[in-house]
Design a protein around this ligand. Structure first.
Ligand code: GLN
Length: 468
């Protein structure tokens, strides 16, 4: 039997090439592990029924001498990405029964690269949350400790990779939903520069912040997936080309740490110690670590919790019981909408719709939405200015390791989980979470943020940090 716990995408590709095993054998190993473990973890909402035929297709190509970056590799998809003829629910009851009519561009690119799409993974409803507890289909558990959350909202994808049930996975990140669960599950998670990966076929949450990205066990693997899914797309006018962000600065191995920001935010002792250890490790690798002041960045969270619900409230208006998924009959058409939305949306989704419509309503627009947009501009300018003198910014990914189910009982406590991740979405900058050790059996993660278009710097530093 193939030992999936040691296998990376890069390693599996080499073995497939050398015919040490077939994609069918590799995929079957993943399926057996899902069978064995996923009853407890609940990373998957569905394992696709055509997985083995996809693997056979890959094997045929391998036999014919075809070589593609993900040929024959089992990859999981977050439940908010469209895979034609397959179900997608965004973790919500309102999309129960919905079948995707076309492929998301990222999914199409995975297919073109030969990936075996293994199943769709659990998530917080419409990607709202930080623990996967908001899924309408029950929570996912952290493979390192089943009494704790895997993080969210891409908790299913993170848990699937951490438990070796898939070699890689796609997630989406609007305010941290790839990086935070990657940190809590001890794996690598990348949010690319806004516009690097097409959002076509991603069920929209907050369109100016949403970005698809990879989960993997190594930075090398995350880079392989990223290179597969990136690129300009006529179906998403916000995608950016190779020359959009010309490289202005050579990589000089300079890392900025916003100490004042990190220390003010009430992080746990273990997390603080872990950050210091990460700093020492970077120094021992020849990096120069300097203090940076980022006075506007702490306002990212406030700006995020205005812009994000505003956009969510308008994006979610499309779920009216007519066009997609669930439908509940009311007394007349207007009542149909009320009944369908009332039955289909969970409490967190309703909270965001209410908040979003409030901040956009005339009379409040300037005070809230208008201010948040100004803050977004100031934060972006501050970060871009900082990246003239440092290559990367280092922070913890989360304030503490994985928490227990039900522990964050108020929405605000849950929102504070995003304190170190939202600046990257607000500014569009790319950021990666790297596994950086453990607190007991619970993984910890550090986050590197780079200037727009500088994923290359994240990959260089990330590989050195993890010794790849
Ligand atoms: N935790 C954040 C939120 O609840 C981020 C979610 C995300 O990135 N999709 O909105």
């Amino acid at each position: 039997m193939i030992d999936l716990s040691k296998l990376t995408i890069k390693g599996a590709r080499e073995s497939l090439r050398k015919k040490e095993f077939t994609s069918r054998e590799l995929t079957q190993a993943s399926l057996s592990l899902i069978e064995e473990k996923d009853g407890n973890i609940h990373a998957f909402l569905e394992v696709y029924d055509d997985v083995l035929s996809q693997a056979d297709e890959a094997d045929k190509k391998i036999s014919a001498g075809v070589d593609l970056p993900l040929l024959g590799i089992p990859i999981a998809l977050k439940d908010n990405m469209l895979f034609a003829e397959h179900k997608a629910t965004a973790g919500s009851k309102i999309l129960n029964g919905f079948t995707a009519p076309y492929d998301a561009t990222a999914v199409e690119k995975l297919k073109a690269a030969g990936a075996v799409l293994i199943g769709r993974t659990n998530m917080d409803e419409f990607a709202m949350g930080s623990s996967t507890e908001n899924s309408a289909y029950g929570p996912t558990k952290n493979p390192h400790d089943l009494t704790r959350v895997p993080g969210g909202t891409s908790g299913g994808s993170a848990a699937a990779v951490a438990a070796n049930m898939a070699l890689g996975a796609l997630g989406s990140d609007t305010g941290g939903s790839i990086r935070q669960p990657a940190a809590l599950c001890g794996i690598v998670g990348l949010k690319p520069t806004y516009g690097r990966v097409s959002r076509s076929g991603l069920i929209a949450f907050a369109s100016s912040l949403d970005q698809i990205g990879p989960f993997a066990k190594t930075v090398t693997d995350a880079e392989i997936i990223y290179n597969t899914i990136r690129g300009l797309d006529p179906l998403d006018s916000t995608t950016v080309g190779e020359d959009t962000y010309p490289h202005k600065k050579e990589f000089e191995k300079i890392i900025g740490v916003p100490r004042e920001f990190v220390e003010k935010e009430g992080i746990g002792e273990e997390t603080k110690k872990n950050l210091e250890e990460a700093i020492e490790k970077f120094e021992s690798l020849g990096y120069k670590v300097v203090d940076v002041k980022l006075p506007s960045v702490p306002y990212s969270l406030s700006a995020y919790y205005i812009i994000q619900p505003a956009e969510a409230s308008s994006n979610l208006a499309r779920f009216d019981g007519v066009k997609y998924g669930a439908h509940v009959d009311g007394e007349n058409s207007i009542d149909d909408y009320f009944q369908t939305r009332g039955a289909g949306f969970g409490p967190e989704v309703r909270r965001r719709i209410i908040l979003g419509t409030y901040v956009l309503s005339s009379g409040y627009y300037d005070a809230y939405y208008g201010m948040a947009v100004k803050a977004k501009e100031a934060i972006t300018a501050e970060l871009r200015q900082t990246f003239r003198s440092v290559d990367l910014i280092l922070t913890p990914t989360t304030p503490s390791p994985a928490f227990k189910f039900g522990e964050k009982s108020s929405p605000l406590e849950m929102y504070l989980e995003d304190i170190f991740t939202v600046h990257a979405n607000i500014s569009g900058c790319p950021a990666i979470s790297l596994p950086s050790g453990f607190s007991g059996k619970l993984p910890l993660g550090v986050e590197l943020t780079a200037d727009l278009g500088r994923e290359d710097n994240l990959f260089k530093a990330g590989k050195e940090f993890l010794g790849e």
